[in-house]
Design a protein around this ligand. Structure first.
Ligand code: 5AD
Ligand code: SF4
Length: 468
């Protein structure tokens, strides 16, 4: 067979798999089911939509039940806990497979890009049928076909890629909002982080392709897009015709019918004045910025290879708040990085108090083998880290509470996202600043922008009332 491009080749394999699955359907007298479970970040979530898109074209019915004919775990390895979780759940899957030997178990994503993981799987988890990584998600149909035909385990891990495969199907979890990859990989090599090793070098998509995708999404009912990249602020620098992230945002803003634009993640070292200006005057870019701090200690930031110091970071926050007064700012913070002293930690607390985050994701440092920090001396004792973590959490939560109170009693535009899981007859939505509000309403509101009075601030969220 010869194909003019990769997409065409994969569509061929989708058809071949569909034939095989049809046979199984006839044999079983029912549809086959597939369950894709996502661990980790928005990138993985987006990849899972692509994986489910391919599986549903092959003929699998989507399910959330892991007693499915095909179960695929899209894994994360950013912290060790994520890995441990996978091994635990694999034990559970093996029990299900014992009762259904035809079941196919697949693993993909960041964890598979680590050699020691695949070695362990091959040695102790022999029932896994399919293993692939982060660079060849688009290859699922081809790999599955090989597995179905051969009956043997199929393993395909790429060390890296320059390829960006467009136009494969995707099944979106939400009809009205969607992630859009604008770049892949990361070049920053923060000394604690495994992402550059498992997601490869930074590659930006062409702006035309991104805008085209957004237009198509909008034509299919999407009103909010989340532009995704590990460091969106360095978007476009390595393209043949370089373009800034701010310029890309302006192009996306022009898409008619699109209501809201979000993006993540920003890196403080590359956040430009141009971007702040574009955000300030935009009608569609949400007033939200996720700006990972990691540490407030300039000494540690240097060892973390972050390329900014405490003062530069705080200056950025000041500029953002001045240009966009009601912006919601969130962050990521790591506690217990090797060599972190009490003084370093107090610098972090100081930044938290000055930046006044709307919310913060706080993480205990996790040693990732292969990263420079894993070999650093003075790993901080567990009890010290736990104590600092709790102290940080208290400060973060206190400030979050105060921040939510500020909008109490105001009327805000809300995109309704889903039925409330706990209170019958209620729906949940998000404000421009990404805060969540629950209020009385029915499913017909999902995907719509409505005005809601934020009656009561409840710490991290609001209880509201829709106004006509
Ligand atoms: N340990 C703890 N947290 C980490 N992160 C990345 N690597 C590690 C690690 N080794 C956090 C960072 C990053 C977020 C996605 O995960 O804060 O911003
Ligand atoms: Fe990891 Fe740093 Fe890249 Fe973020 S910017 S993915 S923390 S290396």
């Amino acid at each position: 067979m010869s194909f003019t491009n990769e997409t065409e080749k994969q569509k061929y394999y989708i058809d071949k798999c569909r034939e095989l699955i049809k046979h199984k359907e006839n044999e079983y007298g029912r549809k086959l089911t597939a369950c894709v479970v996502t661990f980790g970040c928005q990138m993985n979530f987006k990849d899972s939509e692509k994986l489910m898109g391919i599986l549903s074209q092959i003929g699998y019915e989507e399910t959330e039940d892991e007693h499915a004919d095909l179960v695929l775990y899209n894994t994360c390895t950013v912290r060790e806990n994520a890995n441990l979780k996978i091994y635990g759940r694999l034990g559970y899957l093996s029990k299900i497979k014992e009762k259904n030997p035809d079941m196919i178990i697949g693993l993909c994503g960041c964890m598979m890009q680590e050699e020691h993981v695949v070695e362990k799987l091959n040695k102790s988890y022999k029932f896994v049928d399919l293993i692939f990584g982060t660079h060849n998600v688009f290859l699922l149909a081809e790999l599955l076909y090989e597995r179905l035909i051969s009956g043997h385990k199929v393993e395909d891990i790429w060390e890296g890629t320059t390829e960006v495969v467009e136009d494969l199907p995707a099944v979106r979890k939400y009809s009205f909002k969607s992630g859009v990859n604008i770049m892949y990989g990361c070049n920053n090599f923060c000394s604690y982080c495994i992402v550059p090793y498992v997601r490869g070098r930074e590659r930006s998509r062409n702006p035309e392709d991104i805008v085209e995708e957004v237009k198509e999404l909008v034509a299919n009912g999407v009103v909010e897009v989340m532009l995704l990249g590990q460091n969106v602020n360095s978007y476009g620098k390595t393209l043949e015709n370089p373009i800034s992230f701010a310029k890309l945002l302006e192009k996306v803003e022009e898409v008619e019918g699109l209501k809201r634009i979000r993006f993540m993640t920003s890196h403080p070292k590359d956040l430009s004045d141009e971007l702040i200006k574009v955000m300030a005057k935009s009608k569609k870019i949400c007033k939200q910025m996720h700006l990972p701090l990691q540490s407030g200690s300039s000494r540690l930031l240097k060892i973390m290879n972050r390329h900014y110091d405490k003062e530069q970071y705080l200056l950025l926050i000041k500029k953002l708040r001045k240009a966009i007064p009601d912006i919601g700012i969130t962050t990521d913070i790591i506690v217990g990085f090797p060599g972190e002293t009490e003084d370093d930690f107090l610098e972090t607390i100081d930044v938290v108090k000055k930046a006044r985050y709307d919310s913060a994701f706080t993480f205990i440092y996790s040693k990732r083998s292969g990263t420079p920090a894993a070999k650093m001396p003075d790993q901080v004792p567990e009890d010290v880290v736990k104590d600092r973590f709790n102290r940080l959490l208290n400060v973060v939560n206190e400030i979050s509470k105060e921040k939510t109170l500020k909008l109490q009693g105001t009327v805000q535009e809300v995109l309704v996202e889903e039925e409330n899981k706990k209170i019958e007859g209620f729906v949940s939505g998000r404000l421009s600043n990404n805060s969540v509000v629950h209020f009385k309403g029915d499913v017909s509101l999902i995907g719509k922008l409505v005005n809601v009075n934020l009656k009561e601030a409840k710490g991290f969220y609001y209880m509201g009332e829709m106004v006509e």
